[in-house]
Write a protein that binds this ligand. Structure first.
Ligand SMILES: CC(C)(COP(=O)(O)OP(=O)(O)OC[C@H]1O[C@@H](n2cnc3c(N)ncnc32)[C@H](O)[C@@H]1OP(=O)(O)O)[C@@H](O)C(=O)NCCC(=O)NCCS
Length: 197
C-alpha cells in the first residue's frame, strides 16, 4: 500500500498546519484510545469497542491494499485524528470516507480542512464520488452531508447512506472556500495533481 500510495503521491500530504500521513502500527494505540472514547464511539459504525489486537489484525489485512488508505492526522505537530478513504472502486470512481478526532480536538475546526485535503487525494486517485454511512444521531456529520450536497441513497435502521457526487460536492466546497478566503489555496492544493476539476 505504501508503494501504491507513493506512486499516487498520497502517502504524505501537508497543507497549512495539517499533515496527513499513512497510518503505521505505531499509531494504533493512539487511535484505539480515540475510537473507544465516549465522544467518538457512539458515532462509529459498528458501534462496538475495538481492542488493539483487532486493530492490529485489521491493519495487517489492509496494509497491502490499494483500495483502503488510512491516515493519521497531525495538526501543528500533534496527532489529532484519523481519516480514511476505503473500498475504493477505481472502475466506478467511487469510495467511502470516514473520520474521527481525538476528543481533545473535536470542534476545533480541523474537520473543514480535512474536507479540503480530501479533494486533493480524490483528485490524485481519480475517484469522483464519495459514499458516507452516518448514524441518524450524528448531527455534525449529517449537517456536513447537507452542506456538501449529499444525496440520501438509503436508510438501514439507524444508518443513513449518502452519496456526494463530484460536481455538486466540488461546487459547494469551492463556495465554502471562497467564503473563508481560502479559494486560491484550495485550487493550489487540488491542482498539484495537474487538473482542476
Ligand atoms: C465528525 C468530526 C470528525 C468533525 O470534526 P470536528 O472537529 O468536530 O469538526 P470541526 O468543528 O473541526 O469542523 C466542522 C466541520 O467538519 C466537517 N465535518 C463534519 N463531519 C464530517 C464528516 N463526517 N466527514 C468529513 N467532514 C466532516 C464539516 O465541514 C464541518 O463543518 P460544519 O460544522 O460547518 O458542518 C468529529 O466531530 C468527530 O470526530 N466526531 C466523532 C466521530 C464521528 O462522528 N465521525 C464521523 C462518522 S460519519
Amino acid at each position: 500500500m505504501i508503494n501504491e500510495a507513493r506512486l499516487k503521491g498520497i502517502d504524505s500530504l501537508e497543507w497549512l498546519d495539517i499533515k496527513l500521513k499513512l497510518l503505521t502500527k505505531e499509531d494504533l494505540p493512539t487511535i484505539c484510545v480515540w475510537r473507544n472514547s465516549p465522544e467518538v464511539l457512539p458515532f462509529m459504525l459498528p458501534k462496538v469497542h475495538v481492542s488493539m489486537s483487532v486493530l492490529l489484525v485489521w491493519l495487517n489485512k489492509i496494509l497491502n491494499l490499494d483500495t483502503w488508505f488510512p491516515y493519521i492526522i497531525i495538526y501543528k505537530g500533534q496527532k489529532c485524528g484519523y481519516f480514511e478513504l476505503k473500498n475504493i472502486d477505481y472502475i466506478n470512481k467511487i469510495c467511502e470516507s470516514g473520520m474521527f478526532f481525538s476528543p481533545k480536538y473535536i470542534g476545533c475546526g480541523i474537520g473543514s480542512y480535512i474536507m479540503f485535503i480530501r479533494e486533493a487525494i480524490l483528485e490524485r486517485l481519480g475517484v469522483d464520488d464519495l459514499i458516507s454511512n452516518v448514524s441518524i444521531y450524528n448531527v455534525k456529520s449529517l449537517s456536513h452531508m447537507r452542506k456538501i450536497g449529499g444525496e440520501l441513497l438509503r436508510k438501514n435502521g439507524d444508518i443513513l447512506t449518502f452519496v456526494n457526487r463530484k460536481k455538486e460536492r466540488r461546487s459547494r466546497i469551492f463556495s465554502l472556500a471562497k467564503a473563508i478566503n481560502m479559494y486560491d489555496e484550495l485550487i493550489n492544493l487540488i491542482n498539484i495533481s495537474g487538473k482542476l476539476t
